[in-house]
Ligand binder design. Structure first.
Ligand code: 6GU
Length: 240
């Protein structure tokens, strides 16, 4: 897939696109990222991308012309265009999968106080990464790009996303590594037992318990599998 990012600050993306899992995935060709400088589409000699808001008020508003000309220059047949905005729908793992399946995702990053509202009708969706305000859409676009690129075939070891937090609507079970005894803090004995059925059961139970405690909102929405119900019943009996 290809991701095109329209921004006034393309340099903000350089390190993340070169580093770690995402850097390797892009180097291997699992996905392609194109950065487009919106300012290159201005037509005045001062290269203004923003102006004062009609009706008055603080701050500056990004202008239609450079943004929409930049967008037109990269739009392709079948491209999906999202605009980063704190007023958008919330991004989640389901959306990450939806975008990961697109051939061409275009991400428009706003800055300053906002964008001229007339831009909204030229994009498919407004997307937010959470209920807080960032100075611009770039960090949000990086979050979305990371979540989408790591889902591309070849980015990660086969099957390594399946048991992650949020993939089945639950948080992931706790993980441990060497040493088994860290200054008296012990790894749960079941994990050292070599009994794979018991380990699986323990992990499912921990995942359920952790989700109930940390994310009651997710737990309330969870659709339990037969196996999960059986494990919960057994744990309740053992606690009697
Ligand atoms: Cl997408 N943009 C900005 N500016 N702030 C945000 C956001 C996006 N998502 C949460 N806060």
């Amino acid at each position: 897939m290809k991701i095109t990012i329209l921004t006034l600050f393309p340099e903000m993306f350089e390190d993340m696109l070169k580093t770690s899992v995402i850097g390797r995935a892009l180097a291997k060709g699992c996905a392609e990222v194109e950065l487009v400088q919106i300012r290159d589409f201005t037509k005045d000699k001062h290269r203004h991308v923003d102006d004062t808001p009609f009706g008055g008020g603080k701050g500056m508003v990004m202008k239609c012309q450079p943004v929409l000309d930049a967008l037109s220059s990269v739009r392709t047949e079948g491209s999906h265009v999202i605009m980063m905005s704190p007023a958008g729908v919330k991004f989640d793992q389901q959306k990450a999968h939806e975008y990961a399946g697109k051939d061409h995702l275009i991400i428009l990053c706003g800055h300053y106080e906002g964008m001229d509202y007339r831009i909204n009708s030229h994009v498919d969706e407004l997307v937010s990464i959470g209920d807080y305000v960032l100075t611009g859409g770039e960090l949000a676009a990086m979050v979305i790009s990371d979540a989408v690129i790591r889902l591309q075939k070849g980015s990660l070891a086969e099957g390594s996303t399946e048991e992650e937090s949020h993939e089945n609507g639950l948080l992931e079970y706790p993980q441990y590594t060497q040493p088994a005894d860290y200054e008296g803090d012990l790894v749960p004995a079941v994990l050292l037992s070599g009994n794979h059925a018991k380990i699986r059961e323990w992990r499912i139970l921990q995942s359920l318990k952790l989700t109930e405690k940390m994310r009651p909102d997710l737990y309330a929405k969870h659709e339990f599998t037969e196996e999960e119900l059986k494990i919960l019943k057994k744990a309740a009996k053992e606690a009697e």
